[in-house]
Design a protein around this ligand. Structure first.
Ligand code: URP
Ligand code: ZN
Ligand code: ZN
Length: 448
């Protein structure tokens, strides 16, 4: 089946151009001015609308059990929320599996959980220990299309420096990406206990127990651990503050290679949110920072030091979040965001806060390139999958959400665009807020 998208402003590596896009089956067949079509081709007129590659969110946590609580979004509701927000591919970070489980245990579990995901998906492997078989297990997963793994420097399966050196050594050999949650566990535990002893437990103390130096210390150490093992595919998830970015920038200037991710919340929200009546809604780790950190995120996005904007979508019900109202230690960490990222970041472009190139690279192209999906995904090119999001210019707010979380931390942030239409591999899935084929099944993507 052929579809022509007529006359939109399309965003490609060449910038914004008024052109038509011809879709043939699952792929983009042609991009040009005034494409001539036959009577069998379905026509959509997108005059005055922006056409971008379907968004790629490489940091979601759907269907995650964090021990005390489970997230409200599974792969179905999370996928619908993503679709409503113009994202057509996710790479999910699974939660931890049972102690001593093999590396493929969680992947096999999540492959089943994601069967009804309406958009395309993949997973990062989750590293919990450095067993003797680690290299073999990582290599087997790589053969099966899982070419990135995540380790944590805090939480229950945190890794020591020795573990991290082992992982980096193997990862270099296998040529895979290692994503790291960089926070200094010991410092955070120390600060948490000291606030608890003094009954200082309102949401702002979540932020005070994880000050910026707890992140930047871990970032600095990781950079040196990577240098020590000559590892160049280290990917920093959810970088939140100026201190970390300045260190990362100094290593980039020395010629070191690595990747940096941030999230819309670290650009648009500050720790002032924790002081509000509903401050518990915003509890996530790393926490929201100061306004000067928001400014630094913007600067390093525009300097192209930051590669990726993902969401860290990890949604809990308001009832569960409310457990943190009096005591942040009881609050499940994480916020929703998969639905808001593309409209909000495109709004940042329209407001002149980031360039169209930064938007395209950080939300679509770089995630695809870094995680082995390019040029199948992340770009509007002839031969690429026809994953396409159309944005109309109209005011939009996030008063109601598709995410089962049922609230948005961005409710005070007006979007200047609305997701108008979404195609995944040439199939029309969303138009004018109506879902077509809600039972559409996304593909599991084997990555290079
Ligand atoms: O608070 C957060 N970010 N929860 C999700 C898990 C993680 O650390 O990424
Ligand atoms: Zn994390
Ligand atoms: Zn996360």
């Amino acid at each position: 089946m052929k579809i022509l998208l007529r006359n939109g402003f399309i965003l490609t590596e060449n910038g914004l151009e008024k052109k038509d896009i011809l879709i043939d089956g699952q792929f983009i067949k042609n991009i040009d001015k005034n494409i001539v079509i036959d009577s069998q081709t379905t026509l959509y007129d997108f005059t005055d609308k922006f056409i971008i590659p379907g968004g790629i969110d490489v940091h979601t946590h759907f269907d995650i059990d964090v021990g005390s609580k489970s997230s409200v979004d599974n792969f179905y509701s999370g996928g619908i929320a993503a679709l409503a927000g113009g994202t057509t591919t996710i790479i999910d970070h699974p939660g931890f599996g049972p102690q001593n489980c093999k590396l493929d245990f969680q992947i096999n579990k999540y492959l089943k959980l994601a069967q009804d995901c309406p958009i395309d998906y993949s997973f990062h492997g989750v590293l919990q220990s450095t067993s003797e078989n680690l290299e073999v297990e990582m290599s087997q997963l790589k053969e099966n299309g899982i070419s990135s793994f995540k380790l944590y420097m805090t939480y229950s399966y945190m890794m020591s420096d020795e573990d991290i050196l082992k992982v980096f050594t193997i990862a270099k050999k296998l040529d895979v990406v290692i994503c790291v949650h960089a926070e200094n566990h010991a410092m955070i535990e120390h600060l948490k206990s000291s606030f608890k002893e003094r009954n200082l437990t309102t949401p702002i103390y979540h932020s005070k127990s994880r000050p910026d130096y707890t992140e930047s210390e871990a970032v600095n150490r990781l950079l040196l651990l990577a240098e020590c093992t000559h590892f160049e595919k280290l990917y920093f998830v959810h970088i939140s503050c100026k201190k970390s970015l300045e260190i990362l920038n100094s290593f980039k200037k020395k010629g070191k290679n690595f990747f940096i991710e941030t999230c819309p919340q670290y650009l648009l929200l500050s720790e002032d949110e924790f002081l509000k009546e509903d401050g518990y809604k915003f509890i996530l780790s790393p926490p929201l920072r100061k306004k000067e950190d928001n400014i630094s995120i913007k600067k390093y996005l525009n300097d192209e030091l930051i590669d990726v904007i993902a969401t860290d979508h990890c949604s809990f019900s308001l009832n569960d979040k409310k457990l943190g109202k009096e005591n942040f230690l009881n609050c499940p960490n994480g916020i929703p965001g998969v639905e808001e990222r593309i409209p909000l970041m495109f709004t940042e472009f329209l407001k002149g806060n980031i360039t169209s190139k930064v938007f395209l690279n950080s939300c679509c192209i770089n995630p695809a390139k870094i995680f082995g999906l390019y040029p199948q995904k992340g770009t509007l090119k002839i031969g690429s999958d026809a994953d396409i999001t159309v944005l109309s210019v109209e005011d939009f707010n996030f008063d109601s959400t598709k995410s089962k979380a049922n609230y948005s931390v961005f409710k005070n942030h007006k979007s200047l665009v609305k997701v108008d239409t979404v195609f995944i591999r040439g199939t029309l899935l969303l138009k004018n807020e109506a879902f077509f084929n809600e039972n559409h099944k996304g593909n599991f993507l084997k990555r290079n």
